[in-house]
Design a protein around this ligand. Structure first.
Ligand code: NAD
Ligand code: DAU
Length: 353
């Protein structure tokens, strides 16, 4: 199996690459990543030497590059994670989300379709897996409601609109050209390698450095959190066992209000840093709400659990402890990311090859 994973230098992609490279030594894994601000090859430093792993620096907005790459590699499968992923950035710069998430995804679909259609076996044995988000479903207001695979799309932010558009294009290629596609929509991930612009790693970093902890609005918004390694395990299940043309929702049945997570992190960090209880909570600062802030996400994950036998392996409190421990023991990773040093070092290393 020659498998392309896009966005493998990012947060979730790095865990997916690690899982596939180590669990399937017989596969050739190609990690295609543009190394935007969110891409960090240090995320893969422990596996980059393995013989079944190859990094390719490239941009999915470049259709010609993708066409040439598909012709050269003769790929059997794609797991597509490359994206602009941060809602706040999508509010200030929507067009980069359109370019990567929509145009980039359609470029990738075209490259896969054209290359596979002209191969000896056609679409037989091929698979295009699109990794998406629960944000395409919009915001839940009734406490009893969950997002299922049948929930109508209702994206509310430029980020979620761009991901919804990409999901529609993937399904359209499945329907129109019979491209063998499969999709998943996952809830909020957390864990090692999480870029410190997102809630959990930002709070960990700010607590550590005694900076204000910016809670949007009243902190009442609810997210459904899943440890990133459990998402990678779910992606493995969907890629290998998911039915062609189907969608699988992925989540941990683990809803938390933002303010409760921030308070829990303050308690954990006070204990780990040897600070008197209550010290870090004094840093909590309520700030102007995110524009169009979705109130609540909650995934009904019964389909993937019942049909593919996947289930989360970690309780949230355990996962959060693990995550804090990872950040505290990987200070260089965090320092390089917050200073920007990771970009010049790793990007220089690869563009010079
Ligand atoms: P991330 O921002 O950490 O990583 C994205 C990666 O894509 C980076 O390595 C970046 O360099 C790369 N990339 C961006 N633009 C590119 C381009 N034009 N060409 C090639 N590579 C490019 O994102 P993440 O949080 O790891 O999310 C990965 C995927 O999972 C995304 O598709 C996202 O929508 C989806 N998702 C994320 C979450 C979450 O909680 N983070 C939850 C559900 C789904
Ligand atoms: O639900 C899946 C989505 O989860 C993914 O598709 C996105 O790629 C991922 O970024 C994430 O989106 P969110 O907007 O939910 O994540 P974020 O960490 O940015 O914010 C989580 C919640 O915390 C949200 O309600 C906004 C709030 N928040 C966030 C930040 C960065 C704050 O209160 N303060 C902050 O500083």
């Amino acid at each position: 199996m020659k498998l392309l994973i896009t966005g493998g230098a990012g947060f979730i992609g790095s865990h997916v690459v690690r899982l596939f490279v180590t669990k399937y030594p017989e596969y050739q894994i190609y990690n295609l990543d543009a190394l935007t601000y969110a891409g960090n090859l240090a995320n893969l430093s422990d596996i980059e030497h393995l013989p079944n792993y190859t990094f390719i620096k490239g941009d999915i907005t470049d259709a010609k590059f993708l066409e040439d790459m598909f012709a050269e590699l003769e790929l059997d499968g794609v797991i597509h994670l490359a994206a602009e992923s941060h809602v706040d950035r999508s509010i200030t710069d929507p067009m980069s989300f359109v370019m990567t998430n929509v145009v980039g995804t359609v470029n990738l679909l075209n490259a896969a379709k054209n290359s596979w259609a002209s191969s000896a076996s056609g679409f037989e044995g091929k698979r295009f897996y699109h990794v998406s988000t629960d944000e395409v479903f919009g915001s839940l207001h009734n406490p009893e409601d969950f997002f299922t695979e049948e929930t109508a799309y209702d994206p509310q932010s430029p980020y979620s609109a761009s991901k919804a558009a990409s999901d529609h294009f993937v399904r359209a290629y499945g329907n129109t050209y019979k491209l063998p596609v499969v999709l998943s929509n996952c809830s909020n991930n957390y864990g090692p390698n999480h870029f410190p612009e997102k809630l959990i790693p930002l709070m960990i970093h700010n607590i550590q450095t005694s900076k204000p902890l910016p809670v949007y609005g009243k902190g009442e918004n609810v997210r459904d959190w899943l440890f990133v390694v459990d998402h990678a395990r779910a992606i493995d299940a969907v890629f290998h066992k998911g039915k062609e043309g189907e969608t699988y929702n992925i989540g941990g049945f683990n809803e938390w209000k933002n303010i409760d997570i921030v308070n829990l992190l303050c308690q954990i960090m006070d204990r780990k840093l040897g600070r008197p209880e209550g010290t870090s909570a004094q840093l909590i600062t309520y700030v102007t709400d995110r524009a169009g802030h979705d109130l609540r996400y909650a995934i009904d994950a019964h389909k993937i659990m019942n049909e593919l036998g996947w289930e989360p392996s970690l309780q949230f409190e355990e996962g959060l402890e693990k995550t804090v421990d990872w950040f505290l023991s990987n200070q260089t990773w965090l320092d390089n990311v917050t200073s920007g040093a990771y970009q010049s070092y790793y990007q220089g290393m690869y563009t010079n090859r």
